[in-house]
Design a protein around this ligand. Structure first.
Ligand SMILES: NC(=O)c1ccc[n+]([C@@H]2O[C@H](COP(=O)([O-])OP(=O)(O)OC[C@H]3O[C@@H](n4cnc5c(N)ncnc54)[C@H](OP(=O)(O)O)[C@@H]3O)[C@@H](O)[C@H]2O)c1
Length: 217
């Protein structure tokens, strides 16, 4: 996927555009599933990588549909890793009327926000996707527990946080999603893991087929 993204970028399809398509695709699916989205309590639980960035875009689109999104960043805004995720966070910062933003760099700060996750109608898991490495740290581990305890519909971005993208092995903590919206192609680790992925939907994000051929061929 990394090589495909690089090839797409070389053809003029920016990472920002791919992120936009991913987040937009995700929000479209949520609205198809829950057409009565107006005033729905949506929470995006986001990490500081591009998986979280996809969630920032989805929050913006869902606000446009009249939902009431909250975004909980598991870290501080200054720790956001990529330009495209940072650009989308800044847009949310400007959406003062429609999006509530929270930073939760510690377990203590996350605990203060737990009711938002537990009582949401829709919980979007944007903690990590293909960038997961090693044992799940805090506050991410507790965030996964809170998502699993939530009464809301659970939607995973790209893959449920805690699932290994290549092998499907599960870390000590893993999100149990109702639906996983994965981008471009289903990652190998999603196969036969319905207990964690729920229903898997593969969403194109505008990668030119030529970019894929160049990257893989
Ligand atoms: N252009 C696009 O927008 C585009 C295209 C394709 C895919 N995507 C999305 O981007 C995702 C990949 O993004 P990414 O490479 O930035 O990685 P990521 O999946 O977003 O994960 C990276 C983040 O997770 C943290 N992390 C990793 N392992 C951790 C652990 N064990 N405990 C706690 N934190 C951990 C990292 O922090 P540290 O570095 O501090 O560990 C980093 O902040 C895909 O799954 C997909 O959702 C986006």
């Amino acid at each position: 996927m990394r090589r495909i993204e690089e090839a797409a970028e070389a053809m003029g399809v920016s990472r920002l555009l791919l992120m936009e398509n991913a987040g937009r695709g995700l929000s479209d699916i949520i609205v198809e599933l829950r057409p009565a989205i107006e005033d729905a309590r949506v929470v995006v639980v986001a990490g500081t990588g591009n998986n979280g960035g996809d969630g920032f875009v989805a929050a913006r689109h869902l606000a446009g549909y009249g939902a009431r999104p909250a975004v909980i960043l598991l870290g501080e805004a200054g720790q956001i890793k990529t330009d495209e995720a940072r650009a989308n966070w800044r847009i949310l910062e400007a959406m003062r009327e429609t999006v509530r933003l929270y930073e939760a760099p510690s377990l203590e700060s996350l605990r203060r926000l737990e009711a938002i996750i537990l009582e949401a109608d829709i919980v979007i898991d944007g903690i990590f996707g293909t960038g997961i490495r090693g044992a799940v740290r805090e506050p991410h581990a507790t965030a996964i527990d809170l998502i699993n305890r939530s009464k809301g519909l659970k939607v995973a971005i790209d893959l449920p946080s805690g699932l290994d993208p290549a092998t499907g092995e599960v870390r000590e903590r893993v999100v149990r999603a109702d639906i996983t919206v994965t981008f471009h192609r289903a990652k190998k680790g999603l196969l036969d893991r319905q207990e964690y992925t729920g229903c898997v939907v593969v969403k194109p994000i505008g990668v030119p087929p030529e970019a894929e051929q160049r990257a893989l061929g």
